[in-house]
Design a protein. Structure first.
Length: 230
């Protein structure tokens, strides 16, 4: 499989193309229109297109990954290469081309021949360049973490009406459990209760599925049952 076969922009005909790649082609056209002085079609450009296509209500969420898309866009706006008057049109740079080589390898590794958003996500997570490396490096999430979710058949968790997994603040968890918020924060610091920082923010968020995992049912011994009967 050649990298060009995976690139949404390189074939203008959308008929027969998977819906995700159709959406990516539209996002690429929108970003190029929004940044007419774009100096290069880069890996960061691809990443911003991907996040915009897959985000809901401005937030990309998959398993432990939570990314505020506007924060990434703001970094891109500050740092994208700008074309000066008289410069040639934007071209694909080397990191962009290397992405499609890695994407082809990811498709082969996964065994799923139909290219989807998870192939793109895993390829971004495995890169060591540009905005993807900065974002996933700050989040501290490894490709293996997402691989386990995919192997388990995707996300199984309480979701919001928009289909996103419900996230709680430490204060909401404390109120729900009837404990002090510092108790919840201590659980997070000790690793007992997994929590994630939203990329670009300091605030903590806790998934409903992670909370459920630490709320184990109590197994009573016989003497405990006797005590409760009294």
């Amino acid at each position: 499989m050649e990298p060009e076969e995976l690139a949404p922009e390189q074939d203008p005909a959308e008929e027969g193309r998977p819906p995700f790649l159709q959406g990516m082609a539209r996002q690429m056209a929108l970003i190029r229109h929004a940044y007419p002085d774009l100096g290069a079609l880069s890996l960061d450009y691809l990443f911003v297109c991907f996040l915009n296509e897959c985000a809901r209500l401005g937030r990309f969420v998959y398993g432990p990954i939570v990314i505020e898309v506007r924060v990434v866009e703001a970094i891109f706006e500050r740092e994208y290469p700008r074309r000066k008057p008289g410069d040639p049109p934007a071209r694909f740079d080397e990191p962009y081309r290397h992405f499609y080589e890695r994407l082809s390898a990811e498709v082969t590794r996964s065994g799923r021949r139909r290219i989807d958003d998870l192939h793109w996500l895993m390829t971004f997570m495995r890169t060591t360049e540009g905005l993807p490396a900065r974002v996933f490096g700050e989040l501290g999430i490894r490709p293996e973490d997402v691989d386990r979710i995919i192997s388990a058949g995707g996300q199984r968790a309480e979701t919001t009406p928009t289909g996103l997994e419900r996230l709680y603040s430490p204060e909401e968890i404390a109120d729900y459990l009837g404990v002090h918020v510092q108790t919840v924060r201590a659980w997070v610091r000790s690793g007992r209760l997994p929590a994630r920082r939203i990329f670009g923010q300091r605030s903590l968020r806790i998934r409903k599925s992670d909370l459920d995992a630490v709320l184990l049912p109590v197994r009573l011994h016989e003497e405990d049952r006797e005590e409760l009967r009294r």
